[in-house]
Design a protein. Structure first.
Length: 766
């Protein structure tokens, strides 16, 4: 390990009392945390078992443990995720419920839908047909994420609130849904009733139930609060209210809590995180404050972009990323006429890096939403570049894509059935496709009735399904819009053949109104809108290919096993999944309005899983969302170690590009690179004047001292001396000219500081 900086050493030396550490991206906070623990154990002689370090995920936990091993810290220090800590607290219960196994929460979701549909639960509410459809169409993943948000943020329905311990009621929030969302209240209560009957806990229940126990049983609370003498919380900006309550209880006795985080990296607000938590501690004078603002990960251009962007946020602590690495490698932004051209260029660049010996696993493509991936995946597949999507699936296996493909294939199957009849093989496939498409969206038809229609179609292979439905449901068509849309689709199926797969997708989306269904079936309009973007991406992917051949191509893709070894392929993941990670080379595509920030018009008030009824004013909420979107891009910009490739694929570029001063910085880069590498001969007279009159003042304002010194020290001492002399002479000539630089004093002081830093090299050159 390198020697700690003065900033890091101050954190390491902190002993007693509460402290808040603001650590920017790439600041070496994990090593600093480990060193502080090592000092507490080795020098302050704190027993290892009296120290607790909590992290946000298992990866971060593993990093801290690895650093502790390197520092020879004795075994016994508790390093746990906050969920694991909550689970340990719950083991103190007399009869703890088990953690649900994979798939059990999904089963409970369908049990909840069934119980509501059949009226098996006493919910004291008569649901309208529209509300029943909302529940029937509800997206399982969206609902479970929303439920997790409510629990993490300690928000409870009236029925749940009444069951809380009195002490927890004082810090919890009574969630009140508007009349238009009362069906959602029903779902929340129904799900919790089903879960309690099954005596199961979800991952999210670990936190809220630990809070419940700590507030209900003072004996257990005392055991927990006296367990540790020192508590360190990493990634504090990512915690929610439930986690914060657990941490507060642990800190009640000794008050030796150190929280470490960065408000500029708060990107999980849809899970209940808030930048306000760490900012409040920075304003509290009872907390000792430390700052780690030196970035040891990225090159200077990346940091310049990130600093320029995040500076536009109001709700943040004042700080600036300080570079430490030599000025080298690539940082570029390119604009493309289409998403296909952009994806092809990314694949080509990855191939070039691979051919130069760079492992694919050291490269990542960061996306804002999974709907961006089809065109990128298409080009990676065409280039035979293996890729992995940690935490998700290839686009052709996603729920929305599979449904669209089912509608496309069913159109072919229905047309073939009416024209040619059925064979045993086509009969089975027709049966399967009917079941996949007939109830999504809901048609307000009971399952036995749908299956009866299916059986009639199978028994009468030349009778159009549209005719069967019309005859059976004639009296309901006028008031059942979803059923009428299904009939319109089935009528189109037997009409003119679509000119291409893309045209067929567009027509099906229009007839069924799949986009609206995808959005409405998600609790969060923004999250639903993200998923609905897959329709546009799929159209672009399909292009002019014939329907039948394209379906065959998609079927072949679905049959091939996805790459599971993350060490063998290019990484393709969202910025949310990339938090806390780093790669040698990073690609950030689609820097366009509507993606960064997401949703150009922003009709929704919420992020994925976030409470849609945030008590902020509309103006404040819009500003809050804009700031969150900036933080998302800020995190993306600070993931690269060496190379950063940014790109846009429409004429409506992201406003964040202008805020990050991408054009100005990209124009400056050749001159700054020449200054940092001693290649001044590459500059013409105009560039030389710009360097002296503009760039040196910019370098001083951005505090690029260490970056320049680190880069110049790679030169031989005589070359350093010649370089410093040349720049100094240029500065003097400019000052004595008819048009001296506007900030002459700042420029002179800056270069004098650079020269002073290089004094040892200058002396040795003589």
């Amino acid at each position: 390990m390198l020697r700690p900086t003065a900033q890091q050493q101050a954190v390491i030396d902190h002993e007693q009392g509460r402290a808040v550490v603001v650590a920017v991206a790439g600041a070496g906070k994990t090593t600093t945390i480990a060193r502080r623990i090592g000092r507490l154990v080795h020098q302050v002689e704190v027993p290892p078992g009296r120290i607790l370090a909590t992290t946000f995920n298992r990866y971060a936990r593993g990093q801290i443990r690895e650093k502790l091993n390197q520092l020879a810290v004795p075994v016994g220090v508790a390093v746990r995720t906050l969920h694991a800590l909550a689970q340990q607290i719950l083991k103190l219960e007399a009869d703890p419920w088990p953690l649900a196994a994979d798939g059990e929460m999904r089963r409970l979701f369908y049990d909840m839908q069934s119980a509501i549909r059949q009226g098996r639960l006493d919910l004291s509410l008569d649901l309208s047909s529209h509300e029943q459809r909302q529940i029937a169409d509800l997206n399982e993943e969206s609902f479970l994420n929303y439920l997790g948000y409510l629990k993490g943020d300690l928000r409870f329905s009236a029925w749940q609130f009444e069951q809380l311990p009195t002490h927890l009621q004082t810090v919890a929030t009574l969630e009140v849904w508007p009349e238009s969302q009362r069906w959602l209240n029903v779902c929340v209560d129904a799900f919790e009733q089903c879960r309690q009957e099954a005596r199961l806990r979800s991952f999210d229940d670990l936190l809220v139930d630990a809070c419940r126990l700590l507030c209900a049983d003072m004996g257990i609370r005392e055991r927990v609060r006296s367990r540790f003498d020192f508590l360190i919380v990493d990634e504090y900006q990512d915690i929610n209210r439930a986690q914060n309550l657990i941490i507060s209880v642990l800190d009640e006795a000794q008050q030796n809590l150190m929280v470490v985080g960065d408000d500029d990296q708060t990107i999980y607000e849809w899970r209940g995180a808030r930048p306000q938590l760490i900012l409040d501690k920075l304003r509290d004078r009872q907390w000792v404050q430390y700052t780690l603002d030196r970035n040891f990960r990225s090159r200077a251009p990346q940091l310049l972009l990130a600093n320029a962007l995040i500076r536009h946020n109001r709700l943040r602590s004042p700080k600036q990323l300080q570079g430490t690495k030599a000025w080298q490698h690539h940082c570029e932004w390119r604009s493309f006429p289409s998403g296909s051209d952009q994806a092809a260029a990314i694949a080509e660049q990855i191939l070039e890096y691979r051919d130069r010996g760079k492992p694919l696993a050291e490269m990542v493509i960061l996306i804002r939403t999974y709907a961006q991936t089809p065109l990128i995946e298409q080009q990676l597949i065409a280039a035979q570049l293996p890729y992995v999507i940690p935490g998700s699936q290839p686009f052709y296996l996603r729920r929305e894509v599979k449904l669209l493909l089912a509608y496309l294939e069913f159109a072919e199957a229905e047309r073939n059935r009416v024209q040619n009849g059925l064979t045993p093989a086509t009969r089975d496939r027709y049966d399967q496709l009917f079941r996949e498409t007939s109830s999504r969206p809901s048609r307000y038809l009971k399952r036995p009735e749908l299956l009866s229609m299916l059986q009639e179609a199978l028994d009468n292979p030349h009778l159009p399904l549209a005719t069967i439905i019309s005859q059976r449901c004639r009296d309901r068509l006028g008031r059942n819009r979803s059923l009428q849309r299904w009939l319109d689709y089935l009528g189109w199926v037997l009409g003119a053949q679509p000119s291409s797969a893309a045209a067929a997708i567009a027509k099906i989306e229009q007839l069924i109104d799949l986009r609206r269904w995808i959005i409405d079936s998600d609790i969060s309009p923004e999250s639903g809108a993200q998923k609905a973007l897959i329709i546009d991406a799929l159209q672009a992917f399909a292009g002019d290919r014939a329907v039948q051949s394209w379906l065959q191509e998609m079927a072949a893709l679905q049959e091939q096993p996805p790459l599971s070894d993350e060490a063998s392929g290019v990484n393709l993941l969202t910025v949310f999944k990339a938090k806390g990670l780093e790669w040698d080379t990073v690609f950030i595509p689609d820097l366009d309005a509507g993606i960064y920030p997401f949703g150009s018009s922003r009709e929704s008030e919420s992020g994925p899983g976030r409470n849609s009824f945030d008590p902020l004013s509309e103006v404040a909420l819009d500003r809050s969302l804009q700031e969150e979107e900036r933080r998302i891009l800020y995190v993306a910009l600070t993931r690269s170690i060496n190379n950063l490739h940014l790109s846009s694929a429409t004429n409506q570029r992201s406003p964040f590009l202008q805020e990050a001063q991408i054009s100005k910085i990209q124009t400056r880069l050749p001159r700054l690179r020449a200054l940092a590498t001693g290649q001044l001969q590459q500059l013409n007279d105009r560039q030389r004047n710009q360097l002296i009159h503009i760039d040196l003042a910019f370098c001083a304002q951005q505090r690029l001292h260490e970056v320049l010194v680190t880069s110049l020290r790679k030169l031989p001492p005589p070359a350093i001396a010649q370089h410093c002399h040349t720049v100094q002479q240029w500065i003097q000539d400019a000052i004595e000219s008819d048009r001296p630089p506007l900030k002459s004093d700042l420029i002179q002081q800056f270069w004098a500081e650079i020269t002073a830093e290089l004094s040892a090299e200058l002396i040795s050159s003589h």
